[in-house]
Design a protein around this ligand. Structure first.
Ligand code: DUT
Ligand code: MG
Length: 590
């Protein structure tokens, strides 16, 4: 599905829903306190002209004493009020930025969580982490600082310009004529710095990916004694990032001197032109001081614009990345007219001429697969490594969709079912076991948190895990580390089996789940799988004949095709691949 395209600002605005009014109040506050900056020079000018330099200055000091104090007190009060407004505005925009950040982050995580397998094949974890952390912070910074600073810069600039014109438009034009030159330099700077921020963003993502992959794959690094190599590799990423960062920061230095030079020209113009005007009597001394004390209010916004532009480009690069995920849509979703099947499934699974290829792979993985698993039956799938077994079973919970043909569950195409209902009926123990850093109890009850302790123990018994769990110091409350660290391969497999059984699925899929357990334990597991207290169709991928022997049907897959299918006896009689497997594994002539 094509992502809805929106401009960045429209996207931000959309996410400010509920906070728009208070944000606008904050922005108006920014306008107010910047215009208020002009009050100090205004009062200073009044005081100078009335009480210090004017012809009637001395007389005024006596006659208009009240006015003098009034002006001074107003000036002080206004300064306090202004400070208060600045404080409130900062609180206000910070509040909004945090709320918006929270909203986008939740939405983003929701999006990532609901993506399909294809998405996870495409995006690297480190890159996704960068998007939900650093990139999002750039977005927050846009709301909390960049927008406010833009308003601040322009409010100050325009208010001062207006005041300058009000005092003397000739002098105003002379000073402000320099501004367009500065603007041109800022545009040139923007053009240069924008691609650098994009590159910087990419380097940061590389850095995070390198760190993440190394930390989670640390055992492999150690096993191959590749620490030095990995450290060097990470160092290269680090240096790259640091270099790009420096280059981006230095960009400003190439433009800054020109801006500074033009900005510093303003007081010179004021001195020359303003001086002449005082001599001519065109402006008063008070007005000159007002111009002079406000010249920073024209210079500073110009200087600020460079920094603002920098931050804006950082936001721009980051928001591209955030919006890509924000508007991404999984390809595998419920159809609009998906069938509603709230009851427990019977558990029939049928493949009808199914062919399949991965989107990013160029070769077809499965060719014309057809078979039926009736409710309650056990189907065993065997075949050499890489022949397509895992790919085949992933089509049942619709992790991927077949390129051709149909996968049916209870005689309904899985594409027409509601994903949640379909998947709730499937218990899957994947080949690559992933446990959460949680208690063993929590891991087993992952699919159904309402499970009682007794039930958890029952499923642990089914999967022949109860014995080793009770031997652990804290039994079912033992916390297993990230990815199941602290458990053996076979122990992990058994917990993963218990987890799959615990949802009492109508269809149980086991992908090489007993490959790491000993023959004796495997026998126990097999026994309990036949004794389950709920009806269940079992699809079992296995390498051992001892596992597959009692299946109602055995499918032999070779290069993505079913080459043999039938019961143990039928296949042995065929004297094909299965027959040779039996001979190889039992060492007997059959
Ligand atoms: N393949 C991909 N992309 C993937 C996963 C697999 O292109 O994301 C390819 C690799 C392989 C083929 O699909 O050539 C079949 O892989 P599968 O994982 O289905 O093989 P298997 O039968 O489960 O192998 P094993 O016994 O090693 O688990
Ligand atoms: Mg596999």
């Amino acid at each position: 599905m094509e992502a809805k395209k929106r401009s960045k600002m429209a996207w931000l605005w959309e996410n400010m829903k509920g906070y728009r009014v208070i944000y606008i109040v904050g922005i108006l506050g920014t306008l107010v306190y910047n215009v208020m900056q002009l009050t100090v020079p205004y009062f200073t000018q009044k005081i100078i002209d009335l009480f210090l330099t004017g012809e009637e200055a001395t007389a005024n000091l006596v006659n208009k004493r009240a006015l003098f104090f009034q002006l001074i007190i107003t000036m002080i009060v206004l300064t306090f009020v202004r400070t208060l407004i600045v404080y409130l505005v900062c609180m206000d925009v910070e509040h909004v930025s945090q709320k918006v950040l929270y909203r986008i982050r939740v939405h983003l995580f929701d999006k990532i969580e609901r993506q399909d397998m294809q998405f996870y094949n495409t995006y690297r974890t480190g890159d996704l982490m960068t998007r939900v952390t650093g990139d999002l912070d750039a977005v927050r910074h846009m709301i909390a600082w960049v927008i406010r600073s833009i308003v601040e810069a322009f409010a100050l600039l325009f208010a001062t310009a207006a005041y300058f014109f009000y005092m003397d438009w000739h002098l105003a034009i002379s000073i402000l004529a320099i501004a367009p030159f500065i603007m041109v330099i800022i545009v040139l700077f923007r053009n240069k710095v924008a691609p650098r921020h994009k590159a910087l963003r990419e380097k940061l993502s590389h850095l995070n990916t390198a760190a993440q992959e190394n930390i989670s794959g640390n055992r492999v690094v150690k096993a191959f004694a590749r620490e030095d190599y990995e450290i060097k590799k990470f160092d290269t990423c680090s240096v790259e990032y640091s270099k790009t960062n420096k280059k981006t920061a230095m960009t400003w230095l190439n433009y800054f001197p020109y801006i500074e030079a033009f900005a510093n020209l303003m007081p010179v113009v004021l001195l020359v032109v303003g001086g002449l005007f005082i001599i001519n009597g065109r402006i008063t001394m008070g007005e000159y001081v007002a111009f002079s004390s406000l010249i920073w209010a024209v210079q500073n916004p110009m200087r600020m614009l460079g920094n603002i532009m920098n931050e804006f480009q950082r936001f721009s690069a980051a928001s591209d990345k955030v919006m890509e995920i924000y508007y991404s849509e999984p390809h595998i979703v419920d159809k609009e007219n998906a069938v509603d099947l709230p009851e427990r499934f019977r558990g029939k699974v049928e493949f009808k001429n199914v062919s399949f290829r991965y989107e990013d792979g160029n070769l077809p993985v499965l060719h014309n697969i057809s078979f039926v698993a009736n409710p309650g039956e056990t189907i065993a799938i065997m075949g050499e490594t890489g022949c397509g077994k895992t790919s085949l079973i992933q089509l049942i919970p619709r992790f991927y969709e077949p390129t051709e043909g149909e996968v049916l569950v209870d005689d309904i195409n899985v594409n027409d079912m509601k994903l949640a209902q379909l998947r709730k009926n499937i218990g899957l123990a994947t080949q690559d076991v992933l446990l959460y850093s949680d208690t063993i109890d929590g891991n087993i009850a992952y699919g159904d948190s309402s499970l009682t302790k007794e039930e958890v123990e029952k499923f642990a018994k089914y999967s022949a895990a109860a014995k080793f769990i009770t031997k652990m110091p804290e039994g079912y409350d033992t916390i297993v580390g990230e990815r199941g660290v602290g458990l053996s391969g076979g122990q992990k497999q058994r917990i993963s089996l218990a987890r799959a059984l615990a949802v009492k699925p109508a269809i149980l899929i086991l992908d090489d789940t007993t490959s790491a357990v000993d023959m004796e334990t495997e026998k126990q597991i097999q026994h309990s799988l036949n004794e389950l207290d709920f009806p269940c169709t079992k699809i079992i991928i296995a390498q051992r004949v001892s596992t597959t022997k009692f299946a109602d049907k055995i499918l032999i897959i070779r290069d993505g095709r079913i080459t043999e299918s039938g019961t143990h006896e039928e296949l042995v009689a065929k004297k094909g691949y299965y027959h040779s497997l039996v001979q190889l594994q039992t060492g007997e002539e059959v």
